[in-house]
Design a protein. Structure first.
Length: 294
């Protein structure tokens, strides 16, 4: 259809068993455009062996052994976050194909994918740069140390609260006595932070927010700080360990551990088509203006 060849790397949710027709159509659409298609091995085997989907691709890869012009995340916002961790410092623009409910990150429906592909080939799209957070600690993490949405410090398995000693740029702020603390980017402000009373922050705003989870004191309120700040934490708990959740990927750290959070040296690139506006998605997802009587 076109002399220009674009390369796509595909990641997907291997738990969505009812989306095989949509996935087949998307891969067929890519093949019709003569695209070079790479696909994550776990997702490939899920489609071919479990779902019996016909998948014609050029390469099946593992880990970070891929190079592409665009990454396609097939799933919801959770799948998108996993794709972000796999892309890492490659800085490849990501397209979120939403295979479930309305998402902030995965905002292309399978029915709109052909129009999205036409926009990519015609150059009629924009790329948004979203800030990442980096966790700096002595501990070795099993997954990525970068977060697009949030980093949450949480009690593990004890009814008692944890104490989170917090410094900003080397200056003592406070000790949070709470079930946890959520440090969020603007992208993640509509996720876990929002459910705990945190503020909605528009993308592109150069800030982080701190929101306590079930704080002991009613005087504790969410706080917004510049994303150029470096946050340092020391956590004390009555149990021997606490949880550090990086975009939902939980790490277990021992009582007394210290670590820092700062803005990552690179950003995430998200593909946006013409007419797709953040505030439209926000209004629809929050049902602002909806009449509860209908």
């Amino acid at each position: 259809m076109t002399a220009r060849t674009l390369k796509f790397a595909i990641f997907g949710n291997s738990y969505q068993a009812k989306k095989s027709i949509a996935i087949e159509n998307i891969i067929r659409c890519l093949n019709n455009y003569g695209a070079y298609i790479s696909i994550d091995s776990e997702y490939y085997h899920f489609l071919v062996e479990e779902q019996k989907v016909k998948v014609e691709v050029n390469k099946v890869f593992r880990g970070d052994d891929f190079d592409s012009d665009f990454v396609i995340s097939m799933g919801g916002d959770g799948t998108f976050l996993k794709s972000v961790s796999r892309v890492g410092e490659k800085s490849i623009p990501i397209i979120g194909v939403n295979m479930g409910r309305l998402g902030f990150l995965a905002d292309v429906s399978p029915n709109d994918f052909r129009c999205c592909l036409e926009s990519l080939y015609s150059g009629e799209y924009t790329v948004e740069n979203r800030t990442l957070m980096e966790v700096v600690a002595d501990a070795d993490f099993a997954g990525s140390k970068y977060a697009l949405n949030d980093v949450a410090i949480l009690k593990r398995d004890n009814a008692s609260m944890i104490s989170i000693h917090t410094d900003i740029n080397g200056n003592y702020l406070t000790t949070y006595q709470a079930d946890g603390l959520i440090i969020s980017t603007p992208t993640g402000s509509t996720a876990y932070s929002l459910s705990n009373g945190g503020p909605i922050i528009a993308p592109g705003t150069k800030v982080f927010s701190l929101t306590a989870v079930a704080p002991h004191s009613l005087n504790v309120r969410p706080m917004v700080i510049a994303d150029s700040s470096e946050l340092t934490f020391q956590v004390e708990c009555r149990s021997s360990h606490f949880l550090l959740a990086i975009d939902g990927r939980s790490e277990t750290l021992p009582d007394g551990s210290s670590f820092s959070i700062r803005r990552a040296p690179f950003s995430v690139k998200i593909v946006k088509r013409p007419g797709k506006r953040y505030y439209d998605t926000l209004r629809e997802k929050m049902m602002w203006g909806a009449d509860p009587r209908n």
